[in-house]
Design a binder for this molecule. Sequence first.
Ligand SMILES: Cc1cc2nc3c(=O)[nH]c(=O)nc-3n(C[C@H](O)[C@H](O)[C@H](O)COP(=O)(O)OP(=O)(O)OC[C@H]3O[C@@H](n4cnc5c(N)ncnc54)[C@H](O)[C@@H]3O)c2cc1C
Length: 609
Amino acid sequence: LSIVTDPSTVASKSFTHVIVGGGTAGLTVASRLSEVSKNKILVIEAGPNERGNPTIDDPAQETNSVGEFGWFYNTVPQQVGGLVQTIYQGEVLGGSSAINGMQWTRGTKDQYDAFQALGSPGWNFSSLLTYMKKSEIYHVPNAEQRARGATSVPSVHGTQGQVNVGFPQPWGAWVSYQSHISSVLATFPDAQRNPDIGTGTPNGASVFVYSIKPGTSETPGGNVRSSSAAAYIYPFLGTSAKPNLTILVGHQATTIVWDRAAGKPGKPKAIGVKFAATPAANTTIGTVYSVVVQDEVIVSSGALGSPRFLELSGIGDKNILKKAGVPVMVDLPSVGTNLQDQPLTTSLYQIKPGQNSSVIETANQITEGSVAYIELNQILGAKGPAAGQYLLNSISDRAQAIVKTGGFTSVSGLKKVLQYQANSIVNEKAPVVEYSFAVNLINGTFAHLVWNLLPQVRGTIHITSSNPAIYPALDPKYLTTQFELDLHGNATKLSRTIFGKQPLASLWNGEIFPGQNLSTTATDAQWQKFIAATYTPVLHPVGTVALLPQEDGGAVDPNLIVYGTQNVRVVDSSIIPIQISAHLSATVYGIAERAADIIKGVIPPVQCD
Ligand SMILES: Cc1cc2nc3c(=O)[nH]c(=O)nc-3n(C[C@H](O)[C@H](O)[C@H](O)COP(=O)(O)OP(=O)(O)OC[C@H]3O[C@@H](n4cnc5c(N)ncnc54)[C@H](O)[C@@H]3O)c2cc1C
């Protein structure tokens, strides 16, 4: 296993598999494919290798890592609020798993079953749970952690995998986290304390478990982030393991090299990948190198990076490609559509001074510590059933409106998706709002991060130039339906109710935000105006190269092969067809583990032709 920075070490050489992006999914796939000795794998990663950098390893430094190692994807000015928003994504070995909040959660069973129900055999909760477990080294909470509120259902976790998952040790501020959970349950009387948010039923309130290696007597410094690099790559560095795996860092793959004539007629074959030193944003690229691909290209550049790379390589809507000056290889208009990120509003409260480390801690702190996953009727109360009926009854109108804006390519396909999603929300009680509670995210405060989990709109990301250094045009269309504004307005208002309930109420002594912006008698319209002016992205984009049948608006088949190509696969968060009620990394690892077994032939391919 080698990690190299000099392009000449790999240029013009031949590899069985070239993986574009050494992030969460890319390194998982790379590590697993390298278990087959006849494979010769190259990963091309745009960001640097930051092994041992405390900004990444120390969970307390999470917010710094985002600023230092992030792609900054700016949106077009958003229709709601008028602002340009920035969606950060990891640009470093390990990708977003190296800069994320480390919260380790899973969606509802029904949301994973959607993959199969919407036309992709083999992708369901049961099969994904097997692979989510395969990725984990789960540390069952010890007596001290249990005393501080940690609970778990060990049967839904794996212990033989690669990613360390556990509760912090040391672990401060647990009184605050438990108080938050109690106040959530006092606000929503039919919500439950959830013993483990990874069972397929995340509903209710719980403390977070994290992708960290908890501190032990051997690591007295405390908790260490377990990124995909730390989990799947670094343990093998400096050993004789995985001699067939090379990782080139600091280089951006620019395009696929194609052979139209090779192999199956009408389906171009990828025979190489071009790359260059990662350029500064919106400049130009320098010397371009290439490598030869024998078997396949695996695109794992993330939900914003993968559609961008595919379009630069000539896979996408022919009109968009022509306008950007990119020769069309495969006219596949679904690439870069179906984007779903979530909008977030933060409330802030001043912690009463003089508290000890069970309430507020400054060292070893992972700030977000407890979470609530709340259902539609719990947020909307008496207005819930009508809102549910609206979702179920407006499917055709909504599908047509979204397709008109370019957010999806097939009205009939989107109707199936929206039908599934509405049923999931109304009848299967999928959580629609997350409350994530943080201590000291901003010094001396409690922060409540409130977000809509399941967008009803679909956004877009498309290139505007053939220059790989130019960022694409990005439009997530946050909150552009009245349903979502109502939901988010109510959810944010209820954040204040939660903080007003005991025991949390006695731990703070001033509401900083919304504070004076909104009186206790503020109307729904005033709340909505407030969130429109203050929301920010959650940074959980999915769906831009969706796992769906092609005629229904999909871009990859059940083997994750891009439609119309012979040997280009996408493995990462972009294939998730519908947003889930969860943070994404645990799911992305499961997808990548399963994809690796498909590529290895352990799972027989689904016949698609
Ligand atoms: C700040 C932040 C906080 C988050 N918090 C949480 C959390 O607490 N819990 C959770 O579960 N999820 C969280 N997420 C989401 C989760 O981490 C991501 O959804 C997930 O890691 C995405 O995995 P991926 O493999 O799709 O993409 P990534 O992990 O982003 O990997 C893509 C990789 O491809 C590289 N790349 C892109 N284009 C190219 C190119 N052309 N050539 C070469 N390399 C390229 C990138 O540099 C990157 O390394 C967070 C995300 C962010 C950004």
